[in-house]
Design a protein around this ligand. Structure first.
Ligand SMILES: [Zn+2]
Length: 488
C-alpha cells in the first residue's frame, strides 16, 4: 500500500539541495523472463498453503480452511448496483474438520451452497459463512464448495488512523462503478473467501458487465466475449495470490496494451477522462520494472498492469496494481516493488506487514534518489531525513514488529524497517545486500514468510548473527542504537 501522503516530508525536501555525485551500481545484465505456470487448469497444487490464525486480525480467516482455487463468475449491474456471483472453491481441509468457515459480508445473500454437488445447510452469521462438510474430513481432503450469492457491496471500517483510506472492501461509486481496496481484509465484501494473508490460492475470474463497461482483475487477461448485450471479461491467475491482493473493478474503462522489459505483457485500464495523466505514468512503467529488476532480480510474474482509479488509492494488487490516475510516479514505483516484496513473498500474518512496506519504501527511496541524478548521496540524505521520524513513529504507532492493531499501515511499518534495511546494506555492502534481497524473493516466491524465517535467512546468507539487531529494530519502543554485525 502507498504510504500516507501527509507523512512524505523531511527527506524529500532535502532532494533539491543535493548536487550531482556518484552512482550506485545495478547488475546491468538482462534478467530471464519470469516463469508462468503451464499446469492444467485442474491442477491446483500451487494453491496449497499452511493457513494460520492471524495474530493481528484473527476475526477473519480460518486456519482449518485452505482454499486451493477460486472460480469466480461475477455479474455487475451498474443500474441496480447489485453484484451477482457464483463462487466455486476448491477447499482443502488443512486439519481434520467437519466444516469450513469462510468470510462473506452480511450485505451479501448466500442464495445456495453446495458441497461436492450436495446442498449444504450453511449458516451465514454476520460476516462469516459456515459450511458443513457433510461428514468429518481427514486433513488434506478436498471439497468443491459452490456458493451462489448477490448483494450491493459496502465498505467495512478499516483498523487504521489514516484519513486516505475511507474503509475496506468493494465500494460503489456515484456513477455505478465498483472497485475494491482490501488490505488487511475486506475481499469478503465481494466474494466468499478465507480472508487472511496465509491462505494463498489460484484464481479464475469472469466478470460480466453491460456493453461499454469493463471488468478488471489480475493475472492474464484472456479476453472479452460478447453475451446478449454484455461483455464477459476473463482473467486467469497462474500464481498463488492472497485475498488482499486480488484486483477488482468494473467501470467504463479504456484499455491500453504495451510490452515491458524482456517481453512482459502490460495492460492498463483507465477512464478516458484521465488519459493524459495516466499516459504520463505508464510511459515510466518499463523503466520502473527495469530499475527494480537490476536490484532485486527478475520481475516475479508473467504479466503486469495498472488499474487506474480517479479516487486516491495505491495498492499493490498482484500483477494489476490499483492506483490513482493522478498519483505520483514514486508511489507507483512503490507498488511495483511490492510485486517482489509482499506479492511474490507474502507475510504469514499481519504482524509481518513491515516485510512488505519496509522493503517497498526502501526501493522507493532508491528510485527517488536516482530520479534526482545523484543516487548514493541523495539516498543517504533521504534516509537521514527519515531517521528523524523513527522515534515519533515508534511512540505514536508502536514499534514496527508490534504496531498498534488500530494503526494498520501507519508510517512506522514503512520508515523504521527501511532504516533497518539500510543498516544491513551498510554492513554488507551494496553487492551482497542486493544479492540477499534477490535471493530472499526468488527462493521464497509463492510462499508466506515471517520475521523468524527472514532473520534465519539473513544469518544463514551472511554467516553473521543479526538477531539482536533485527529484534531491536522491530521491537524497541525507542530508536535502536545497536550497530549491525560487521558494520564500519
Ligand atoms: Zn506499500
Amino acid at each position: 500500500m502507498v504510504r500516507e501522503r501527509r507523512a512524505l516530508t523531511a527527506g524529500l525536501a532535502m532532494l533539491v539541495a543535493v548536487a550531482a555525485s556518484t552512482a550506485c551500481g545495478g547488475s546491468g545484465s538482462a534478467p530471464a523472463p519470469a516463469k508462468t505456470s503451464s499446469a492444467p487448469a485442474s491442477d491446483w497444487s500451487a494453491g496449497r498453503s499452511h493457513p494460520v490464525a492471524d495474530d493481528m486480525y484473527p476475526q477473519f480467516g480460518d486456519p482449518a480452511t485452505d482454499v486451493l482455487h477460486y472460480g469466480l463468475d461475477l455479474k455487475w449491474d451498474p443500474a441496480s448496483t447489485v453484484l451477482t456471483g457464483t463462487a466455486t472453491l476448491a477447499v482443502r481441509a488443512a486439519e481434520p474438520t467437519d466444516h469450513f468457515v469462510l468470510d462473506l459480508a452480511a450485505d451479501m445473500s448466500a442464495d445456495s451452497v453446495t458441497v461436492n454437488g450436495a446442498p449444504a445447510a450453511d449458516v451465514h452469521d454476520g460476516d462469516h459463512l459456515t459450511v458443513p462438510a457433510g461428514r468429518r474430513l481427514p486433513a488434506d481432503a478436498v471439497r468443491t464448495v459452490v456458493i451462489a450469492y448477490h448483494g450491493t457491496p459496502h465498505l467495512v471500517p478499516a483498523p487504521m488512523t489514516r484519513p486516505d483510506v475511507p474503509g475496506l472492501g468493494a465500494q460503489v461509486t456515484a456513477s455505478g462503478a465498483v472497485w475494491a481496496q482490501q488490505e488487511p481484509y475486506g475481499a469478503f465484501t465481494w466474494f466468499p473467501c478465507d480472508d487472511q494473508p496465509s491462505d494463498k490460492a489460484l484464481y479464475d475470474v469472469a466478470i460480466t458487465a453491460p456493453d461499454g463497461w469493463a471488468g478488471v482483475s489480475g493475472g492474464t487477461f484472456l479476453g472479452r466475449t460478447e453475451s446478449a448485450g454484455h461483455g464477459v471479461y476473463r482473467w486467469h491467475q497462474p500464481n498463488p495470490v492472497s485475498t488482499y491482493l486480488v484486483a477488482f473493478a468494473v467501470d467504463r474503462f479504456q484499455q491500453d496494451s504495451a510490452t515491458g522489459p524482456h517481453g512482459i505483457a502490460l495492460t492498463y485500464w483507465y477512464l478516458p477522462a484521465d488519459a493524459e495523466a495516466v499516459h504520463k505514468l505508464t510511459a515510466q512503467v518499463p523503466a520502473m520494472i527495469s530499475f527494480l529488476e537490476q536490484r532485486f532480480g527478475p520481475y516475479p510474474f508473467g504479466t503486469a498492469g495498472v488499474l487506474f482509479r480517479p479516487e486516491m488509492v495505491g495498492m499493490e494488487t498482484q500483477t494489476m496494481i490499483t492506483f490513482s490516475s493522478h498519483g505520483a510516479a514514486a508511489d507507483l514505483l512503490h507498488e511495483f516493488a511490492h510485486q517482489w516484496f509482499g506479492d511474490a513473498v507474502t507475510p504469514t500474518t499481519w504482524s509481518g506487514l513491515w516485510l512488505n512496506e519496509g522493503f517497498a519504501m526502501y526501493a522507493q527511496r532508491l528510485w527517488q534518489a536516482a530520479q534526482s541524478g545523484s543516487q548514493t548521496t541523495t539516498a543517504d540524505l533521504l534516509l537521514r531525513g527519515d531517521q528523524r521520524m523513527d522515534q515519533p513513529l515508534r511512540s505514536g504507532d508502536g514499534p514496527p514488529g508490534h504496531y498498534l492493531p488500530t494503526h494498520f499501515a501507519s508510517s512506522n511499518v514503512y520508515i523504521c524497517p527501511e532504516l533497518m534495511l539500510n543498516g544491513i546494506r551498510t554492513a554488507l555492502g551494496d553487492t551482497a545486500f542486493y544479492q540477499l534481497l534477490n535471493d530472499w524473493v526468488h527462493q521464497h516466491q509463492g510462499t508466506n514468510q515471517d520475521r523468524n524465517t527472514f532473520a534465519a535467512f539473513l544469518d544463514a546468507h551472511t554467516g553473521r548473527d543479526f538477531s539482536a539487531y533485527v529484534d531491536a529494530w522491530l521491537d524497541s519502543p525507542t530508536t535502536p542504537t545497536i550497530q549491525p554485525p560487521g558494520a564500519g
